[in-house]
Design a binder for this molecule. Structure first.
Ligand code: ATP
Length: 235
């Protein structure tokens, strides 16, 4: 397996947020973490990249190496691309300038500006536009493109469709599908399960910092109880 979380516990200062997360991503898989607001999706992704949250227990193994205790940049250097919820594009740099910031860590990395523009055509159209003036969807594309240019072995996407208009969200879904067909392994978090339904191979449902369901998309679909208990808005 490529990535394995085993009993991962994590905290923000004294506030514990993860209580023993276990999950696996294999080569070429698209795995989705779903759950309500505050369930622990973002914290799980942060525990992998060792960013913001402190991992207080368990293991995060990537290609056999434990990442716990490394810094975020060291994790990126090992081949994990991370696109956080807030996207973090450089607002006062142009699209092209944003895309020249990262350096490939892999000799012979095969992602180039031309290839990411092929995947996300708006990036070619708005090369000289300041990233801060792009729409939310275009910024999301730019952020994913930047991450791809580091030639990651695994891409982590935190709620890539959040706050996007339905049509724009669709184009991001399509891009993720294209990346999958290119063999890119991905772990993404999502609240709107229907968006990743066709793309995901497997699903983990998290609730209060724990994994409460894991299975294939088909298994998830057969289990009405899990969706009712952990994903529907209480009320
Ligand atoms: P959302 O959809 O709102 O992003 P989520 O499933 O990603 O939800 P997390 O953001 O991981 O959930 O939150 C899990 C818990 O950790 C929540 O109780 C949240 O309040 C807490 N938390 C998240 N970020 C921080 C932080 N920077 N400092 C303190 N507590 C945090």
């Amino acid at each position: 397996m490529m990535l394995e979380l085993e009993g991962v516990e994590g905290a923000y200062g004294h506030a514990r947020a993860l209580h023993g997360i276990g999950l696996v991503v294999d080569e070429g898989e698209v795995v989705c973490i779903v759950g309500r607001n505050g369930a622990g999706k973002t914290s799980t992704l942060r525990s992998i990249v060792q960013d913001i949250i402190t991992v207080t227990g368990g293991h995060v193994r990537f290609r056999g190496e434990d990442l716990v205790g490394l810094g975020p940049h060291e994790v990126v250097r090992r081949g994990i691309g991370y696109v956080p919820e807030d996207r973090r594009v450089f607002a006062n740099l142009t699209v092209t300038e944003n895309l020249t910031v990262p350096r490939s860590f892999e000799a012979g990395g095969h992602w180039t500006q031309a290839r990411v523009e092929e995947l996300f055509p708006p990036l070619a159209e708005f090369r000289s536009r300041l990233a801060g003036n792009l729409s939310g969807g275009q910024q999301q594309m730019l952020s994913i493109a930047r991450s791809l240019l580091t030639t990651p072995r695994l891409l982590l996407l935190d709620e890539p469709h959040e706050g996007l208009a339905p049509l724009v969200a669709r184009s991001v879904v399509e891009a993720i599908g294209n990346l999958k067909s290119l063999g890119v392994s991905m772990l993404l978090s999502e609240q709107q399960l229907h968006l990743v339904h066709e793309t995901a191979d497997r699903i983990y449902v998290v609730d209060r910092g724990r994994v409460v369901f894991s299975g294939t998309v088909a298994e998830f679909d057969r289990d009405e109880e899990v969706a009712r208990r952990y994903l529907m808005v209480a009320g």
